[in-house]
Design a protein around this ligand. Structure first.
Ligand SMILES: [Zn+2]
Length: 325
């Protein structure tokens, strides 16, 4: 089974539904999820450019379309809110969906909106996508700027609610500010190792160790530019190198998947930052091909137990223990 800690399904749902389609998950995604033996994933609301100029309105559009989509698909997906829900989703043979927020620019003027979002079902958030906002600073913001006091306040609320705090997309200063102002474990849901691919979206060894020290998780990302700078090395073998490197630094218990597959997105929502339709590594374009990565890990000597941990058990343990705390 596979748990994918990062997918932009809700963006696809919102874009397609606003164009008049319905039943997006069943029509466009479910077959592939089944082929990939997908247990579930963190499905995020991402304020997709150019809508990032009106983040609150875009959040509301997402909530409306997601609500309708959940009604369409509640026989095949299970919105996971409490720790027992992952097991319930498996028992009912439904996809386990953790609701996530990729960036909080949408509520950075009124952070108390995190409460209704929690009631809606959200259990995960990062403070920023790539931008600088009233809470924190993403990788495209001022390098000397980190988290703000308002950002610290929202972290405090999220910790009180036992929400998962995600540091992917944070710049280095924000990353360390979050490490220093959180008590519990944090995750980098979809980031790789800088030691193998020195991209600003990836994590230095010190950052990886800090996440390990806090008993968090790092989900490896299949986006080609975060895998390697050389086109020839943008492949499964290099993605396996990232897994080995992170596991070597902090142990197998803290490695997971956060593939960031682009097939969930229409070119309309990616055109602002990418010219390609698919940006995953070419030998693993979607979740149905993850078995190839597993084969490489087996060849490299990972045991079945270790592979199960990376594939879904680490997330299940994390989510369960975390919601117990
Ligand atoms: Zn992302």
């Amino acid at each position: 089974m596979i748990f994918d800690m990062h997918g932009d399904i809700w963006t696809d749902v919102t874009v397609k539904r606003m164009n008049g389609s319905k039943n997006i998950i069943k029509t466009n995604h479910l077959d592939r999820f089944k082929k990939g033996n997908m247990l579930g994933g963190i499905f995020v609301v991402w304020i997709d450019p150019p809508h990032d100029k009106r983040p609150f309105d875009r959040l509301i559009e997402n909530l409306i379309e997601i609500s309708k989509e959940i009604l369409d698909s509640d026989d095949v997906i299970y919105i996971v809110k409490e720790k027992e829900d992952l097991a319930k989703a498996i028992n009912e043979n439904k996809l386990a969906v953790v609701m996530g927020l990729e960036g909080l620019s949408s509520i950075d003027k009124n952070i108390e909106l995190i409460y209704p979002l929690y009631e809606f079902g959200f259990r995960h958030a990062s403070l920023t996508w790539n931008e600088e906002n009233n809470l924190a600073t993403g990788i495209d913001g001022d390098v000397s700027r980190g988290i703000t006091n308002k950002g610290k306040d929202v972290i405090k609320i999220m910790e009180d609610l036992n929400m998962i705090i995600d540091v992917s997309h944070a710049n280095e200063k924000t990353f360390w500010d979050i490490v220093n102002c959180t008590k519990g474990p944090i995750i980098a849901s979809h980031s790789n190792a800088k030691a193998i691919c020195n991209h600003k979206r990836n994590l230095s060894d010190e950052q990886i160790k800090a996440i390990g020290d806090k008993k968090g998780l790092i989900g490896v990302n299949s986006f080609h530019k975060f895998v390697h700078h050389d086109k020839e090395r943008q492949n499964i073998l290099t993605l396996a190198d990232h897994i080995e490197h992170i596991a070597y630094l902090i142990g197998i218990d803290h490695v997971a998947f956060g593939f960031d597959f682009f097939d969930y997105l229409s070119s309309e929502s990616t055109s602002s930052f990418s010219a390609n339709d698919s940006n995953a590594i070419p030998d693993m374009k979607d979740i149905s091909q993850v078995y190839k990565l597993i084969d490489v890990l087996l060849e490299r000597g990972f045991s079945n137990e270790e592979i199960d941990k990376i594939s879904y058990m680490n997330f299940m343990r994390y989510f369960t223990e975390f919601r117990d705390a």
